[in-house]
Write a protein that binds this ligand. Structure first.
Ligand code: ADP
Length: 217
C-alpha cells in the first residue's frame, strides 16, 4: 500500500493524481466531457528508492490487474518472440482492465536506437510506441516505466502521449530516511531498552546517501 512507500510524499501524490484518479473515476472525467488521458508515467530515480514499490501500491489501491515486466522476460533471442511477448502483455492488460503495466528499468528494455544493438531490442523499441499509441482512454490501461537513466531511453518514447510525464524519486533526506527506518523497524522486537523512534533517528543521521533498499537491508 502507499503506507509502505515512506519519505516519498511528493511522488506518491503525483502518481495518485496521474494514475489512480483517472483509473478510479473515469466516469467523472467523461461526465465533464474530458477523457482520462492514457499514456505513460516515467518514474525516475536511483535504484532502491521505491519506484517498483509505488507502482505496486497504485495497482493494489485501485484493485487493478498488474503486469510487471522486466527486461529479461522480454528480451528473447528468437526472431519475433520479444515482440509477441510484448503484445501479449498489452493484450492481457486490456482483457483484465483496469490494469497497470509496469516496465522495470525501461532503459534496458527500450534503449535509444543507437544503443539498441541486438535485433530483438531494436524490434521492441520500434513496437512499443505503436502499442502505447493504441491504448484507448476507455479501456483503463495505464503504464508506468521506471528508470535511473531517462536520457538512455529511446526519445520516440518520450513524445506527448507516451512517457511524457516524469515523476522523480530521489534518495531520501534525513527525515525520509527516518520514516523508512521506522517502517522497517516496526515489526522487529527490540531488546535492551532500545527505543524504535530514537534508533530510527540515530540511524537516519548516520546513513546519508542510503536508498530505501539500503535502509531496509
Ligand atoms: P526501485 O524500484 O526504485 O529500484 P524498489 O521499489 O524495488 O526500488 O525497492 C526495493 C525495496 O527497498 C522495497 O521492497 C522496500 O523494502 C525498500 N524500499 C525502497 N524504497 C523504499 C521507501 N521509500 N520506503 C520504504 N521502503 C523502501
Amino acid at each position: 500500500s502507499y503506507a509502505d512507500v515512506c519519505g516519498q510524499e511528493d511522488a506518491v501524490r503525483a502518481v495518485r493524481d496521474l494514475i489512480e484518479l483517472p483509473m478510479r473515476h473515469g466516469a467523472l472525467f467523461e461526465a465533464v466531457g474530458a477523457h482520462p488521458r492514457p499514456g505513460g508515467v516515467l518514474l525516475v530515480g536511483p535504484p532502491g528508492t521505491g519506484k517498483t514499490l509505488l507502482a505496486r501500491a497504485v495497482a493494489a489501491s485501485c484493485g487493478a490487474h498488474l503486469e510487471l515486466v522486466g527486461g529479461p522476460e522480454l528480451l528473447s533471442p528468437y526472431i519475433g518472440a520479444s515482440e509477441q511477448a510484448l503484445r501479449q502483455v498489452f493484450e492481457r492488460a486490456a482483457q483484465a482492465a483496469p490494469a497497470l503495466i509496469v516496465f522495470d528499468e525501461m532503459d534496458s528494455i527500450a534503449p535509444s536506437r543507437q544503443r539498441a544493438e541486438a535485433q530483438h531490442q531494436q524490434a521492441l523499441v520500434a513496437q512499443l510506441p505503436t502499442l502505447l499509441d493504441g491504448l484507448e482512454p476507455r479501456r483503463a490501461v495505464y503504464v508506468i516505466a521506471t528508470t535511473n537513466r531517462p536520457q538512455a531511453i529511446d526519445p520516440a518514447l518520450r513524445r506527448p502521449g507516451r512517457f511524457d510525464r516524469v515523476v522523480t524519486m530521489g534518495l531520501p533526506r534525513q527525515a525520509g530516511r527516518a520514516a523508512i527506518l521506522r517502517h522497517h523497524l516496526a515489526p522487529l522486537h527490540l531488546e535492551g531498552g532500545l527505543e524504535r523512534e530514537r534508533l530510527a533517528h540515530w540511524l537516519a543521521a548516520r546513513t546519508r546517501g542510503a536508498s530505501g533498499a539500503d535502509l531496509a537491508h
